[in-house]
Design a protein around this ligand. Sequence first.
Ligand code: THG
Length: 804
Amino acid sequence: MADFRKALTDGRVYFFDGGYGTFLQKRGLPAGMSPELFGLEKPEVVRSVHEDYANAGANVLTTNTFGGSAPKLGSKVKARDLNREMALLARSVAGDNLFVAGSVGPTGHFIEPLGDFTFKEMVEIYKEQIQGLVDGGVDLILGETHFDLAEARALVVAAREVCALPVALSMTFESPNACLTGSSPQTFVDAMQNMEIDIVGTNCSAGPEQIFEVISNMRPRLSTPLLVEANAGLPELDENRNTVFRLEPQPFAEQSARFLAIGAKFIGGCCGTGPDHIRALKSVIGDAAWQKPVPEDDAQMVITSRAESVCIGFNHTGVIIGERINPTGKKVLSAELQEGRFTEALKFAGQQIEAGAPILDVNVGAPMVDETMILPALCKEIIAQHQVPLSIDSTNPDAVEAALWNYPGTPLVNSISGEPGRMERLGPLCKKFGAPFILLPIIGSKLPFECKDKIEVTEKLLREAEALGIPRRLIMVDALALTVSSRPMAARHCMDFIRHCKEEWNLPTVLGLSNVSFGLPARELLNSTFLTLCQGQGLCAFISNPNSARLRESLYSAEVLLARDKQAENFIDMYSEWSPAAPSSTGGTKGGEGKKSGAETMFEAVVKGERGLIEDMVRKALDEDRDPFDIVNGELIPAIMEVGEKYERKEYFLPQLLQSAETLQKGFEILKPLLEKSGKQKEKDVIVMATVEGDIHDIGKNIVCLMLRNHGFEVVDLGKDVPAETIVKTAIEKNARIIGLSALMTTTMVRMEDTVNLLQEKGLDIKVMIGGAVITEGFCKAIGADGWSTDAVAAVKLAKTLVQ
Ligand code: THG
C-alpha cells in the first residue's frame, strides 16, 4: 500500500475530495439527521459519494465521520464502532491506490474556561473516535473545521496517544485575521508547528478568494505542508429555499490554484463542492509541482497563547519575561497563594502587561503552597483575562505538567535542568504539548561558572534532549547569570556563553537578569547595562521586572543600535518626548504611561473581565449607599456596551466577551434581590431562545442567552433540538415578545420556518429573530423572520430594536 508519509515530502500536489454534508443531502440525507448516522443506515449512499470523488480524480478520500465524536452522536451508537465502519467503507473504495483521511470535527463543546469540558476529557473523547478510525485503516487523522485552539490541541494530543499516523489539522477562520475564539492564522500555525503537526490547513468559512487571504496570513512562518479546502463561495438560498453554493467548478479551481504559491500541497473542497469541482481542480492544476513553503521570518522559537505569538530570535526584539508573579520576597503574594487567592498575582499580571511585557513568568513556589493545584489554577485565571503567553516556572514537574494540560496554546516551560530524571520527565511532555522550554545547564549542586563549564553541561543536556526526539525549535538556553559582587568575572563568562550558544549551536538564550547585581546598590543601573552587553552578544530574552523605565530604555535603545528597530520607528514612537530629568517616570510603554493598572471602577472591572474583583466592588459601592439602579445603569450596562463595541471592532473575541459577561453576571447577582425588592425595576422583556429541532449545536445560542441577560432581557432557554410547538407554547405561556432561533447546519435551518408558520397560523404577534453560521439575509426574508444576526453582540442590538 502507498505510504502517506512519502506523500508529505515528495514534490507533488495531491487532491482531497469535496464536501460531504451538502452532497449527501442531494442523495437523500433528511434535514436534521446526522450524516454519520445516515451513513450507518445507508452505507451504499456514502459509498457512491466516495466513488464519485475517486472517479473525479481525488487522491485522498475523507471518511464520513466529521460529527463522529461521542457527544455529537449521543447514545444511539458507539463512537468507536461508527468510526471503524465508516473508515472501512472509505478504505474499500480507496483500495491501495488512494489514501483515506479520518475526519474528526469539533465536539460541539468548549474546554474550560470557555466551556464545561476539561482538556483531559476532550482528549479521551477524541481518542475513542480516532481509535475507531485507526481500526478501520485510515492513512492519516484529519481534524477539520476547528475554531478553538485548545480543542485542536486536544485532538492532536489524542491522535499521538492512539497511533503513529500523520496528523493534519485544518482550522476555520471567520475573518482573515482570526477564528471565532480569537486565534490568528499565524498563531494557529505557530502552535501546530511547535507540536510538529504533519499538515496544517484551513477549510470552510468562505470561498477560495477569502481563504487566500487567510493562508496569506499564515505565510511568514509556515514551513509545514499546507491543506486548503474552500467552499464553493458563500451560501445562498435558491427559489425553493434550499441552501446553495453557487461558485462553479471552473472559477473555483482557477481561484484555488493560487493556493499553490503559498505552499499548498493538498487541495480539495468543502461545503458546496462536488466531484465536478475536484475534476476542475485536477484539470487546472494538473501535475504542478509543490512549492514548499519557505518561511520569511527566521524566529528561532515561537511561544503562543490562544491568541498571540511571541517570537524569540536573533533578529527579533529582545523579549522581557515579566518576573513579578513570584512569591520570593513578597509577603502579600505568598500569603494569598497559600490561601488560594489570586488578587495580588492578577494585579501583577495587569501591571506587567501595561508596562509592555510580552510574556509573563508564573511562579507560585512558596512554603505551604500546593503548586500542583495552585499553578494551573492561577494560569487559568490569567488566561481568562489576558492574551499574553505564559512562562510556567516551577521546580515541581507535576505542577508543570498540570499547567501544560490546561493551557490553550504552547507556553514556555521554565525550566528543564540537569537534575536527575527531569529531562526524562518533562522533555517528552514539552514535545507532546509543543511547549518550548528553557534548558537550565545545572547538574547537581555546583553551578557552572566559566563559559567552558556551561558549554560542557549544556552539551550533555542537548544530547539527552536529542535522544528524546525533542526538536531544536523548542530549546532556549539559560545563560545562568551569577552575581558579580562575589564573582567579578561572572558577567563576562555569561556573555561568552551567550555568544557560543548563538554561533556554535544557533540556540537562543535567556537569563534571570537581576541575579547579576545581587548585593550591590543601584541594581537597576547594573541590570540595564548588563542587558545591553548581553544583547550585543545575542541574548534573546530575559526574565526581569518590566516596570523599570530604565530597563526598557536600555532595551529599546539597543534595538535601534542592533538594527532590529528599522528606521528607529518604535524608539521614536516611545521616546520622542523623553526628558533626561526624570528617567524613572518617562517613556517606555507604548501608550501605557499614566494609565492605571488593574480595574479601579466597576465599569473597568466588567470591561477587563476582572471576575475576582467585581463582587467586592459592588458590595463596597452598596456600603457607600450607592443606588443599585445607578450601579447597573451607570456602570455595568455601559461597560457591557463598551465590550460589545470592542467585539465589533475585533479588539475582543469570544473569550473576552464571555469573561466580561460573566463578570457582569457576578456583580448583578448581588444587586438582583435589591432591584427586585425596590420594585422600581421595570418589567423585563421576555425572550424565548432555542436551537431548532434536529440541531444539537448550542454554543452560539448559549452565548447569545448570556449576552441578552446582561442587557436586561429575561431569557427562557429551551436548549437544543426543540420542536416548533414547544417553542411557541412556551412563548405564549411566558408572554414573550421575541423568539430567538438558532441553527448551525444548512440541513436544520429550514426548520426555523416551522416556528414562523405556527405563529402566523395562531395569529400571534411575537417577533422571531434567527442566527447561526449559515444564516443569510436572503434566508431570513424568505422564511418571513423579523431579523437575523451573525454574532451575540449583533443579536442583542437586534433584540433591542425588535422590542421598541
Ligand atoms: N532563570 C530562569 N528562571 C528564573 C530565574 C533564572 N526564575 C526565577 C528567577 N530566576 C527570576 N525571577 C525573579 C523573581 C523575583 C525576583 C528576582 C527574580 C526579585 N524579587 C524581589 C526580592 O526578592 O526581593 C521582590 C521585588 C519585587 O517586589 O518585585 O528580585 O535565573 N530560567
